[in-house]
Design a protein around this ligand. Sequence first.
Ligand code: DNO
Length: 345
Amino acid sequence: MKLTFRWYGEKDPVTLEKIRQIPTMNGIVSAIYDVPVGEVWSRESIAALKSMVEQAGLAFEVVESVPVHEDIKLGNANAAKWIANYCENVRRLGEAGVKVICYNFMPVFDWLRSELTREHADGSNSLAYDDETVLSMNPLTSALSLPGWDESYTKEQLKELLGQYKSVGEEQLWANLQTFLKAVIPVAEESGVKMAIHPDDPPWGLFGLPRIITGEANLDRFLKLVDSPANGLTFCTGSLGAGKQNDLPAMIRRFGNRIYFAHLRNIQWTGEHSFEEVGHPTSCGSLNMYEIVKALVESGFTGYVRPDHGRMIWGETGRFGYGLYDRALGATYLAGLFEAVERNQ
Ligand code: DNO
């Protein structure tokens, strides 16, 4: 596996120089952030990002994310135009040597939490999701600021968007996803790029919006929508693992040859549909990270891995889930697990 770290560009308080010093760190996962969703990324900005990362001694082979415009998910009259742009981004990233593109197909909201700084007994804090809190919130009136939520839309835009989704149920979303894949996957094949969809986080519907990348049966259906090696998965343990029914090692063994990118982190279940984010090791939470890594190795996984959301520890402040310290601890823990499992092969 190749160990990578997510970096939010020059504005990220975690610098490339610091990331490089994490033992065995191989590459950076990043994106072009100053372009509105759906627009084509300039070759110059892709080249500049690549050269910045490479000058820091790191590889740039994974992009997270090329976001999918809502018109594509809605399948409306503008979808074709945005899909054409998307294909162009895949081509340009392939030309720049990018091997994997991570994206998601979640309507309106990306990852969603009810708390950004849940306090833990050891003095650290992390993101948490409490179902009751979320169900009692109305996204149109809530004063809470959540990632992927009101940072992206004004309340008016959100109202309009939620209205447009009233006619898009799960089956329609599947159909719109297939239309997208039928156009994008052939371009990915030609460009030497693997598309790796990120599961829905959390893996259940919210605010009446459909969510479909949620568990084993749906991942199977997804892979068959366009049955090509270029149509693959980002296996995010924290997202899929929030669904207690998801047997993660079994899913890895089933879909292993189509997993190109793994987001490895642990969560602690705190209720049927509630969880908090914890340190990466198995003993910190509800997921068996050893069995997860073992399943990846035994499936012949050679893709990219990144530690995922970290807690805030040692007084660090910064982008929620994406500080340096706890993610760096996670990275070395994961590197150790892989080494041990691989040596036992
Ligand atoms: C959260 C991330 C997600 C992910 C997107 C992929 O921390 O894992 O925001 O990047 O869903 O498109």
